[in-house]
Design a protein around this ligand. Structure first.
Ligand code: FES
Length: 359
């Protein structure tokens, strides 16, 4: 993302998907089609003003690129400022500031390939997985997709009907299995959450690891961790496991204290930041906690969304010097290898740090 660019888009439709989740379809004028072209699995950053305060959140696109729709799902989470506001207030005709799509939870689909994909989704984690599975089935006519989808109860299943209709349409190439924590199903395998014990039951029955081309995982952190470890133990390589995190856990008290201490130690280091075609000299501000906040406090429009290390909206290329990152969840392996860092998670370690937000 070159800069902190948002474009106002009008909401075309708001559908209630479950008691706690809505889907939001944006109207996309021709003039913005190119800017909002996206890959399966990517997300949008939405920006609104709630009670005089700017609030940004990322939401994954649930449509596939070939569907020509810009649509996200927003699940209301307890205490969630944006999600509560959106579930109560959004309606057709309203305009919202939207950043063009981004994100690395995606895959290069190839019509000639014959692949077996597995998607693991928990709750609203279905949104990017739905986009990926629709794309896989549409673009790779010889490929199969198996979806394992965990929820508390059947009433919580977002896109239940759409998933059923995909199953009808791609019969033989798409399998879906629902796992419910608080509702008992006849087959014991489908009761309970997608944790390590469940994965042990699934591997070798519903999942044959040696046949899996790639696995896409999105949902609560502990579920994702358990699935990732189980799949690696079963023999899948890192390149075959793609993860999309919506949130991260808080660091331990000891880690937070160590981070604070280091941040104070490096306060005052000089840096350079390249943004919007200009290079600015900055002094790292220990009171701002990270490079992104230091840049924004100086009036630079450095882009961001989550400030938690998961979305990569704030990524910049490190051209020289050294930084320390607290988390790198949102960086793909390719981005990390190419020298990108997450500025919301970074502090400088040396005097000669140069970061390019347009790199
Ligand atoms: S703003 Fe999301 S990773 Fe930095």
């Amino acid at each position: 993302m070159a800069a902190d660019t948002f474009i106002p888009l009008t909401i075309k439709a708001v559908e209630r998907e479950t008691a706690e989740a809505i889907s939001v379809l944006f109207d996309l004028p021709n003039e913005h089609e190119a800017a909002f072209a996206f890959k399966a699995g990517q997300h949008l950053t939405l920006k609104v003003d709630i009670d005089g305060e700017e609030v940004r959140r990322n939401y994954s696109l649930c449509a596939a690129p070939h569907e020509g729709k810009l649509k996200v799902a927003i699940k209301q989470i307890a205490g969630g400022r944006f999600s509560t506001w959106a579930n109560q207030s959004l309606e057709p005709g309203q305009a919202i500031e939207v950043m063009p799509p981004h994100g690395s939870f995606t895959w290069a689909f190839d019509a000639a390939r014959q692949a077996n994909y597995v998607g693991f989704a928990g709750g609203s984690g279905i949104t990017p997985v739905l986009s990926l599975l629709k794309t896989a089935l549409q673009e790779e006519p010889k490929s199969n997709f198996t979806l394992l989808y965990g929820n508390r109860a059947s009433s919580d299943i977002i896109f239940l009907e759409e998933i059923a209709s995909i199953k009808d349409r791609f019969m033989g190439r798409f399998q879906v299995y629902h796992f419910l924590e608080d509702e008992l199903e006849d087959i014991e395998l489908f009761n309970g959450r997608l944790d390590s014990d469940k994965l042990a039951d699934l591997i070798g029955t519903l999942i044959t690891p040696e046949d899996v081309t790639a696995a896409f995982i999105c949902g609560p952190g502990p579920m994702m961790d358990a699935i990732e470890v189980s799949l690696k133990t079963a023999g899948l390589g890192e390149d075959q496991i793609l993860l999309e995190r919506f949130t991260t856990g808080a660091p331990s008290a000891a880690q937070a204290a160590a981070d604070r201490e280091l941040t104070q130690k490096v306060a005052g280091l000089e840096m350079q930041v390249r943004l919007e075609g200009r290079t600015r000299k900055l002094v790292f501000d220990g009171a701002q906690d990270n490079i992104l906040d230091t840049a924004r406090a100086k009036g630079l429009p450095a882009p961001y969304a989550c400030k938690a290390g998961v979305c990569a909206t704030c990524r910049a290329k490190l051209l020289s010097g050294e930084v320390k990152q607290r988390a790198t969840y949102g960086l793909s392996k390719e981005d990390a290898a190419a020298g990108y860092v997450l500025t919301c998670q970074s502090i400088p370690l040396t005097e000669d740090v140069v970061l390019d937000f347009e790199g």
